[in-house]
Design a protein around this ligand. Structure first.
Ligand SMILES: NC(=O)c1ccc[n+]([C@@H]2O[C@H](COP(=O)([O-])OP(=O)(O)OC[C@H]3O[C@@H](n4cnc5c(N)ncnc54)[C@H](OP(=O)(O)O)[C@@H]3O)[C@@H](O)[C@H]2O)c1
Length: 378
């Protein structure tokens, strides 16, 4: 079902990874606006009678909000004929899509009928805008659609951003791991860090940075294959398969002196086990809580009683969204690039081929079928 290949990243693929990671909390740009039922379509304009080569876009429309695990029938693949380009507009053809955990809880914020949210890298195939020439590539939150007419005047609702040209390496955002680790965990050489969701896009990045900074790095993830990859290829000192090993006792062996930093991607029981092994003045970066993404969002989850360990050990626990560091984007990118060039940072992708397999890639990622970054190649 989940047709994927896995390979080590190249420089070009790194461009996609760094972009999509950092943008993973952005919303659909024009589509959120354009596809709200009964609103004027601002991104995909109304049909013009002028003669032109007809372009048909395929797109996934959200027909049911996800309840518990997402179902293929929650989305409908439809075809849409695009109008002629107007001055200032350009037509893009999607090449790669990012599938990310945030899509699951975030899509509920929007009405049914929108195009499924998400980031893509697309090639400009027709243009009436000199700033966006044919042949260049853009990164944009246009959602799960193959072709898009972008009118650069329009920004997305939430972050007020446009799609942007994929620049040469050196000016790219991608900083969830970098800033979350450095600014919240404030790691010091010789300390011990635990990372949950360790074999995913963010987690595997965090662990490698921590290793570069001289920490003892322990990853928690969901398969022996992932554990092996983390310890044998990504430089992690140890790894715990939370599906087959007891997390608390395994962790107390791997971190016999306790844990200084915890980079939390998952929340839930795994995090409870880690939190109670934190050292005094430990720091916890709350990046995400994927263990809760299938939960019923109509009732707020109960907070586990963490207060005793927080106060006893004077821990600092802080949530973040990477966009907080927009003003320092370049710094993170340049440091990641330097590590990449020095061979201190590596990436792996799980690539699903085919736009028709978007859903499989998405659900596969949520189920843990990916190692490293999950993407779809059209
Ligand atoms: N704060 C921010 O600005 C920001 C930005 C980007 C991403 N994030 C968050 O960072 C986290 C990781 O995102 P990513 O893009 O790197 O995804 P990812 O880790 O590449 O993929 C998701 C992984 O989550 C794991 N998982 C699924 N269900 C789980 C469960 N119930 N318990 C534990 N692990 C589970 C699976 O791996 P296993 O096989 O190990 O289970 C799966 O491979 C997410 O929580 C995401 O929302 C936050």
């Amino acid at each position: 079902m989940f047709k994927s290949i896995q390979r080590e990243v190249s420089w070009d693929r790194y461009r996609f990874i760094v972009t999509t990671l950092a943008r993973s909390f952005h919303y659909n740009s024009c589509e959120i606006i354009s596809t709200i039922p009964n609103q004027r379509n601002v991104c995909i304009r109304n049909f013009s009678s002028q003669s032109h080569k007809i372009v048909k876009a395929r797109k996934y429309v959200v027909v049911n909000h996800f309840v518990n695990e997402a179902k293929p029938t929650d989305l409908k693949l439809v075809e849409e004929e695009l109008p002629l380009l107007q001055n200032g507009e350009y037509l893009t053809e999607a090449e790669y899509f990012s599938v990310d955990p945030y899509m699951k809880p975030y899509v509920k914020r929007y009405p049914l009928g929108i195009t499924m949210i998400g980031t893509q890298i697309a090639k400009i195939v027709e243009s009436k805008n000199p700033a966006f020439p044919v042949g260049k590539r853009i990164v944009g939150n246009m959602g799960w659609r193959t072709h898009t007419i972008v009118n650069p005047k329009f920004k997305d609702l939430v972050f007020q951003e446009h799609p942007y040209l994929l620049p040469d390496i050196g000016d790219l955002p991608s900083n969830t791991a970098y800033f979350g680790l450095l600014e919240i965990c404030k790691p010091k050489s010789g300390e011990t860090i635990v990372i949950s969701g360790a074999a995913g896009a963010v987690g595997s990045h965090v662990g490698q940075i921590a290793k570069n900074l001289g920490l003892n790095v322990i990853g928690i993830c969901g398969s022996d294959e992932k554990c092996k990859w983390l310890t044998e290829e990504m430089g992690f000192d140890s790894a715990i398969n939370y599906k087959t090993m007891p997390v608390a006792s395994s962790l107390s062996k791997a971190a016999s002196n306790g844990v200084d930093c915890y980079f939390d991607n998952v929340g839930g029981d795994i995090s409870s086990a880690v939190m109670y092994q934190m050292k005094p003045f430990g720091r916890v970066a709350v990046c995400g809580s994927i263990s809760s993404y299938n939960a019923d969002s109509s009732s707020l989850p109960k907070c586990t009683i963490l207060q005793p360990i927080l106060s006893k050990n004077q821990l600092r626990m802080e949530g973040f969204i990477v966009l907080h560091w927009m003003d320092r984007w370049h710094e993170g990118i340049m440091q990641n690039l330097q590590w990449l060039r020095e061979g201190k940072l590596r990436y792996r992708e799980t690539v699903t081929k085919g736009f028709e397999n978007m859903f499989d890639a998405f659900i596969g990622m949520l189920r843990g079928e990916n190692i490293g970054k999950a993407i779809v190649q059209v």
